[in-house]
Write a protein that binds this ligand. Structure first.
Ligand code: MIC
Ligand code: SF4
Length: 642
């Protein structure tokens, strides 16, 4: 039997386990990346492991998230990351060099290799045929130390692309169509592979837009073949030697197959507040808008920026619209400036930001009250923009530019013939903002600088014999990590200060949660389906741990979040019968007899509601390794114990 692209890469990197769907497998990781909002924790954990030098082929630390430095905190964290990476053998991408996924795609990604990153959009590298996966910072720290990365062997989903995109229809519309078809849970436990004749019509950055938003499908990863188009991209990056050809075997089998006809696609938009709430732009046209933001790791490549600049050239942004533009990398920014397109953007009235995540993570540019914001980003979760009642729509750069000019939601295909852009055959290469680490024999000379904002990491405890506590919070389906641990300008500076972060935990859903959890000494959280979707931020586990959360019970979990819960010693359990969800209310007294014994080696436990006398069967779907980790009170204790 033949292999899919992902299966080929997995097979080459398999350290332990069997390639049977649903079983735990261990993978060797070739490359890692971190960004600053999760990096501080990852490096603190790496230091705690006591390993001198990274053991990967390449590890890079990027500064791109916390770049709005309204106090000393972020700058201190950046200095910490800069010095700790210099010491331990990690390259440091300075602030100003760009968004981790865009820069990694340009300068480091390699077809056929494995990459994990402490950021959920690490599958962006799938655009070049690399198996990229988002992970918690602790898992990245372990991989940097040469440790195995564990995942559940994924199913394989194939998306056949036929035809060719028409004028004004972009790669964003392709992934929005896939999101419309599959939904935000549709990729859970799967790798999404793109195949078919349509593949060769898409450039690497376009492919990367598509694999990037595989994160929004809940997929473990997304991947494209590595072909002549890939080779041309690597050549333009002066890295032709990194190219290998990679495609699935003709007799490879998939668990599900879908077809997207590129020729038939129309501009689409994901409506508030979920990336799968997709509608044709034509249905929204005419709606008054207040803001347009172009950029993010999804849509900030040179071709995206040139397209927008060509559409805005000689025009003026509508008076009711504020337009922000953040190019994805220094490479993109420089080329945009040198060809004059930047001037076209500035002249049109665009507000040009630095090449960083910016508004995507709520770092400035929050919309006005109840404002309608069109963004080329990948997430439109409630309150993520920093304005609680904002209405955020995810659209292509083409739709964004068209609407910025008219001031209303505009289908770009109604504008006539799209302007032609010419892409250079070689990119402007200058890695002067990538700092190299010192050689191993010089590492003792590097002093790691730590600011006062870095507070100790909470450490988990072994599960109690019998669990008796309160249901401190009950939430619904599709809870995101932005609900659990919001981001934005006020909160992000405290990513290395868990006690302070805890004041914001779950406040999007219930402002009284942090106080209540503290007063009750913690307890249990009950969630619906797909609990913990979205970001890889391990703070969504660390902070609940700090607040005394011992277990999370849900109808189902998102992949990265469940791994993070286990890493920090919080026991994830699912309801065997989802209808039992109704029998539990906030404030109920709960009991699980034989809790520790269940964590040790049982697949089931009984949850008793002491308040109303009802009960529910819980499923513990854990590997032996995960059980050991939970019994030790989390990964750090477990690793130390070894
Ligand atoms: C995001 O897009 O939500 C982030 C911010 O990039 C996160 C990481 C984080 O919370 O720091 C992600 O996607 O993993
Ligand atoms: Fe940054 Fe937004 Fe991409 Fe996350 S999704 S890495 S915040 S640009």
């Amino acid at each position: 039997m033949g292999y899919t692209i992902a299966q080929k890469i997995i097979k080459e990197h398999l350290v332990c386990g069997e390639m049977t769907v649903g079983k735990e497998i261990g993978l060797k990781i070739d490359q890692t990346l971190t960004q600053d909002a999760t990096g501080t924790m990852a490096y603190l954990q790496f230091e705690a492991m006591g390993i001198d030098r990274v053991k990967t082929e390449l590890s890079v630390a990027y500064i791109d998230h916390n770049t709005l430095q309204a106090g000393f905190e972020n700058a201190d964290d950046h200095r910490y990351i800069q010095t700790v990476t210099k010491k331990h053998g990690i390259r440091f991408s300075r602030p100003g060099n760009g968004i981790c996924h865009q820069v990694h795609l340009e300068r480091f990604s390699k077809p056929g290799k494995t990459l994990i990153g402490s950021d959920s959009h690490t599958p962006t590298a799938g655009g070049i045929g690399m198996l990229g996966m988002g992970a918690g910072g602790l898992d990245v720290a372990v991989a940097m130390g040469g440790g195995t990365y564990y995942i559940t062997m994924p199913k394989m989903i194939k998306v056949n692309l036929v035809g060719k995109l028409s004028n004004y229809v972009g790669a964003k519309d392709v992934i929005l169509e896939v999101l419309r078809l599959l939904g935000v849970k549709g990729g859970v436990g799967a790798v999404v592979e793109y195949a078919g004749e349509g593949v060769k019509t898409l450039s690497v950055p376009q492919r990367a837009t598509i694999t990037n938003m595989g994160a929004e499908l809940g997929a473990t990863s997304s991947i494209f073949p590595s072909d002549e188009v890939t080779k041309a991209f690597l050549k333009a990056e002066n890295r032709e030697e990194d190219w290998i050809e990679l495609s699935s075997d003709p007799d490879a089998t998939y668990d599900a197959e879908y077809t997207v006809d590129l020729s038939a696609l129309k501009p689409l938009a994901a409506c508030p507040h979920s990336p799968d709430n997709v509608k044709p732009v034509a249905e929204l046209s005419g709606m008054k808008i207040n803001q347009v933001c172009i950029g993010s790791c999804t849509n900030s490549s040179l071709s995206d920026m040139l397209t927008v600049a060509a559409m805005l050239k000689g025009k003026t942004v509508a008076p009711n619209v504020s337009l922000s533009i953040s190019p994805g990398s220094k490479q993109v920014y420089t080329m945009l400036a040198e060809c004059g397109a930047l001037a076209d953007l500035i002249n049109a009235g665009a507000r040009i930001l630095e090449c960083a995540c910016g508004p995507c993570i709520g770092m400035g540019f929050s919309p006005q009250s109840a404002g309608v914001s069109l963004r080329t980003f990948n997430r439109n979760f409630l309150a993520r923009s920093g304005t609680a009642d904002a209405q955020v729509y995810l659209v292509s750069p083409e739709t964004a530019a068209a609407s910025a000019i008219t001031g209303v939601f505009t289908d770009p295909t109604t504008l006539g013939v799209a302007p032609r852009i010419t892409m250079p055959t070689a990119f402007k290469i200058n890695d002067n903002l990538i700092e190299m680490p010192v050689e191993a024999d010089k590492m003792d000379e590097v002093i790691v600088e730590r600011g006062p904002n870095i507070k100790p990491i909470p450490v988990g405890k072994a599960p109690e014999k019998d669990l008796r506590c309160e249901l401190v919070l009950k939430v619904g389906d599709d809870i995101t990590t932005d609900h659990i641990m919001p981001a934005g300008t006020k909160v992000l500076p405290y990513r290395s200060n868990v006690p302070k972060l805890s004041e914001f935990c779950f406040t999007v859903c219930d402002p009284s949660f942090p106080e209540r959890a503290k007063a009750k000494g913690g307890g249990v959280i009950l969630g619906g389906a797909n609990y913990g979707q979205g970001s890889s931020r391990e703070h969504a586990a660390l902070v609940p741990l700090y607040l005394g959360i011992k277990a999370v019970i849900a109808k189902s979990f998102a992949r990265i979040h469940v791994a993070n819960l286990i890493n920090f010693g919080i026991v994830p359990m699912t309801l065997q019968n989802p209808d039992d969800y109704e029998n539990f209310s906030e404030g109920d007294a709960l009991e699980i007899q034989g809790f520790a014994a269940a964590v040790a080696d049982k697949t089931e436990a009984t949850l008793v509601n002491k308040t109303n006398g009802k009960s529910a069967k819980l499923v513990l779907n854990l590997s032996p390794r995960q059980r050991e980790m939970l019994l030790a009170g989390g990964c750090l204790n477990y690793t130390r114990g070894k």
